[in-house]
Design a protein around this ligand. Structure first.
Ligand SMILES: [Mg+2]
Length: 339
């Protein structure tokens, strides 16, 4: 297996470029000093960046090169979904050791490009440097949105509905089960969907794109820290509070069984730290139907969990009997053994 050292930098870059497809909105692609991208005058450009660092964000044992590429795409795609942007162009920067196998590098890029292409984006350029220590993989993703129509974290109003895609807590459960098992083949196959939520998240791009034209969303954030923490970020930016109906959290029997196996309570697992890459939205109550329609069209589970209030910074969990418990994001560190 030839390594980066055997192949040399110039040939390595040529091999990586060769795998990238051309596109009309990429006027100058990989291979020149910079990429030239063609924007539409009626749109705003939306940019985000995120990196994976070896040992810190991924363990080679759990993620093969293609899956690592797909994961890097997903974390960036999720940020663009939270802004209602259409993903378009990516710049990839890699810090790899000279002994990195060239085939593994090409595999990584293939996984990344495939995941980007599913949502309409392509690699438009990049950079490759040699490192001695931990390897890293950094992606800058650019997208576009109709001028002035990007969703932001600010903008929720009292009475707006709190909506949530998918099943938060699954990524945290997958990670906890993986830590307990120690190796991929030691994990009971019945936990597969939870492991996938952790290792292979899929951004809610299709849902965001289906919902964007309805102008139903007043504020949005993607769940990368955990439901309670990200809801607190959104409330903070909007200057709002939020009442969450505990009984409205979507049913998730598999997560419930995993919580039992892990000796954890299920509610902290669902509200606490978990990088699920789901979307939390503030929705105008008059547009609830539009949100439900976008969810159906894109095959996305969507739940309405409560409503925003003018009580700035006050997050509360409401029980069926009307009891209110303050919802403190710091109180859900399930690895501290909280129940
Ligand atoms: Mg985000």
């Amino acid at each position: 297996m030839p390594t980066l050292r055997d192949v040399g930098e110039i040939e390595a870059i040529r091999l990586l470029h060769q795998a990238v497809l051309g596109r009309a909105d990429v006027v100058v692609g990989p291979g020149d000093d910079a990429a030239v991208l063609r924007c539409d005058a009626s749109e705003d450009l939306v940019a985000t960046t995120d990196a994976l660092v070896e040992g810190r964000h991924y363990l080679p044992l759990w993620l093969n090169p293609a899956a690592r590429g797909a994961r890097l795409a997903a974390v960036n795609l999720s940020d663009l979904a939270a802004m209602a942007a259409r993903p378009r162009w990516a710049l990839l920067s890699i810090g790899a050791r000279p002994e990195h196998e060239m085939d593994a590098l090409v595999e990584f890029q293939r996984g990344l490009e495939t995941a980007l292409a599913k949502e309409g984006a392509t690699i438009a350029g990049g950079n490759l440097v040699a490192v001695d220590g931990e390897e890293w993989w950094s992606l800058t993703l650019l997208g576009s949105v109709a001028r002035g129509r990007a969703w932001t974290r600010a903008g929720a109003r009292p009475g707006d509905l709190l909506a949530l895609t998918g099943h938060p807590g699954r990524a945290a459960a997958g990670l906890a089960l993986a830590r307990r098992a120690g190796a991929p083949d030691a994990v009971d196959p019945k936990w597969r969907p939870l492991l996938e939520a952790w290792l292979e998240p899929r951004a809610r791009t299709a849902f965001a794109q289906a919902l964007a034209p309805a102008e139903a969303v007043t504020a949005a954030i993607d769940v990368s820290d955990g439901l309670a923490a990200d809801l607190a970020h959104l409330c903070d930016a909007s200057g709002m509070g939020c009442d969450v109906d505990a009984w409205s959290l979507p049913e998730d029997p598999l997560l419930g069984r995993a919580a039992g196996t892990l000796g954890l309570a299920v509610t902290p697992l669902r509200l606490g730290p978990s990088d699920d890459y789901e979307l939390l939205l503030a929705v105008d109550p008059r547009s609830r139907d539009a949100a439900e329609r976008a969810a159906r069209e894109s095959g996305t589970p969507l739940a309405f969990l409560g409503r925003f209030t003018g009580r700035r910074g006050e997050l509360a969990l409401l029980a069926v009997d009307g009891a209110r418990t303050p919802l403190d994001p710091r109180g859900f560190d399930h690895f501290a053994g909280a129940r």
